[in-house]
Ligand binder design. Sequence first.
Ligand SMILES: [Zn+2]
Length: 605
Amino acid sequence: MAAYISPELREKIKSANDIVDVIGEYLRLKKVGSNYAALCPFHREKTPSFMVNPRLQIFHCFGCHKGGDVVTFIMEYENISFFEAIKRLAARAGIPLELNTSPESNRLREKREQLLDVHQKLTEYWHNILLKASEAEPAREYLRKRGIDSQVIRIFKLGYAPDRPDDTVRWGRANSIPLQLLEEAGVIIRRENTQEWYDRFRGRVIFPICNEQGWVIAFSGRVLTTDNAVAKYLNSPETLIFRKGRVFYGLDKARRAIMDAGFAIVCEGQIDLIRIHLAGFPNVVAPQGTAFTSEHAQILKRYTDTVVLCFDSDEAGQRAMVRALDALLAAELNVKVAVIPPPDDPDSFILAYGAAAFQKIVNNAMEFFDYYLNRLCSTNDIASDRGKRSVIQQMAEAVSKARSVTLVESIATKTAARLGLTPLSVYTDFMKIYKTMFTDKPSLDAEEPGQEAKTFNMPPREEMWLLQLLLHRPEVTNTVLSYLDISWINSVEARAIIEEIQRRIQLGVVIDAGSLLDCFEDESIRSVITAAGTEQPIFSDLKAFTKDLLRRLRVRHIEKQLVELRRIIVSDAVGEEERHNAFKRFQELQIEKREPFPPATFEIK
Ligand SMILES: [Zn+2]
C-alpha cells in the first residue's frame, strides 16, 4: 500500500519523534560530547562508532557509513519501507494519518489488526493455562522431561491448549470475540453447513509463531504422546497475516543476535531451536511449517552472509539440508554445515553432551561442499567406477548452483583427491557435465569483476571540516561561501552538498542537516551529510580556523594543478607550444600560491 505523504506532514511527523528518544528505544545510548553514541546495529563492532546528533536530528555510523534521519533509522533497522516507517512514527506520536486509501485496503488493514489482536490474546490465555492450570500438568510434565523449564516457557511464551473439543470456542464466546474471526485466524473450524465450530488445537503444547517484529501471527501445536496415529505437529493454516514459505520460527528473537554473531544457524523445528538458543546461540531460526524456500534465504540475506545448517543426523534431515542449498546459493549466501553425529538431533545431542560440545560442532562447521563430498563418498561405493562417476556427477551439479568458476576448480581438485583421480580429469568431467546441463542456457558465468559493492570514500579531511563548519556554525556560512571557489572541492559528494547549501542561501532558506538530507537520494551523499552532522571540527579560534581552512583548500587546489602542469612540461608527447603555455601557467600559479589568502582584511561577517 503506497500513499502520498506531503513534505509538511513528513516534517510534522519527524519533529514529533525526537531521534534520541526513538533510537533510545532500540539501542543503549551514551552521551559523548554533543552526540549520543551506541554500538552500531548495522555492522559488527566492539567500540561504539554509531553517533546520534540531537541538534541536527540525524545519526551516522563512522564504521559502516550508514546515516540519516529518524525515518531512515526505522526503515533500516526494521527493514521496512519509507511509508511503513512514516506510519509507525506517526502512530508513535499520535498523529493521525489521513490517507486517501481505498475502502478495501482499509478493511484489510482493520482485519489484520483484529487478527493480530486475537493471536495476542489467545497466546496469553494458553500461556497462563500452561503455567497455572491443573489440567496442564501432563504438558508441564512432558516439557520437564524434555528439559524445558518454566523460564523457557516464559521466554518463548509457550502455552497449552486444553484437551477439550470446544475450549477455544468457549473462550471466544466468553470474551465476546466473534467466532467468525477465530475461524479466519485458523484456530477453530466450522462444521460443514452449520453454525457450529470446534477447536483446531486440542491437548497440545502451543508454540506461538511471531513475525519479525515479534507479533504472534500463527501457532504450532505439538502432541504430548508418541502415538504415531496423530500428527506430531499441527500448524495454523495460512491466513491474512500468515504465509508459510516466508516465516521463520524464532527470527524475532534472533535478528540482533544474527548480526552480532555474523551468521545464522538454521535448524528444523521448535524444540531444536529452543535448545540451540539455550546452548548459547540466540542467532538461530527454523523455517516454519515448510521446507526452506528462496524467500527464507532472502530474509536471512538481510541480516548476514553466512548460514550454518544444523539439521537432524537422519537421512530425512540430511536430504532436507541438500534441498535447502539451491535457495541459499541463489541468494549468494555462504553455506556451512554443523554435523550432528548420528543418531542425534540438535536437541538430543545438547541434552546428552552439553552446550560446550555443541558449540564445538558449530565452531567447526564445515564448508557445505566439503560436507557434501564426504556424504557422497560415504553413500556411494567409490571403489567402483560407477560410484566414482556418480560422485562426480552430483558434485558437479551442486557446484554449478554456486555459479563460480574458481569454486569449480577447487571442488574438482578436492573431489579428485578423494576419488584417487587427477584434478585435470575430474575438471574435464565437470566441464562435460556443464556442457550438457547448459546447452540451451547461458554458460556458466565467470566471476565478473566490478560485482563488489560500490566502494565509496569519505571526502578528504579538509572538505569534511568545511562541511562541518557549514552545518554546525551557521554564522560563518556567508563568509566561507564568499571566499570559496567550488572547483577547490575534489569530492563529488561534498561538492553537491555545498552547491545545495549555496542555492539555499540564495533563496534565503535555513540550512539544517535534516532538510538537507531530504534533497538527496544518493546514499553516498546522505552518508557524507550525516557524517559531517555528527562530527564537530575541533578548534579554539573560529576565525583562525576558518581562515586556515580556506587557505589550505586553495593551496591544495593550486598544487594539484601544478602537478598536472609538471606532467605536461616533461612529457615527450606534447608540442612546443603546449609545453610553453604549460610552463607559463606553472610560473603564474607559483606566484599565486605565495599570495596571502584569505586577504588580511578577512573578517567573519
Ligand atoms: Zn555501522
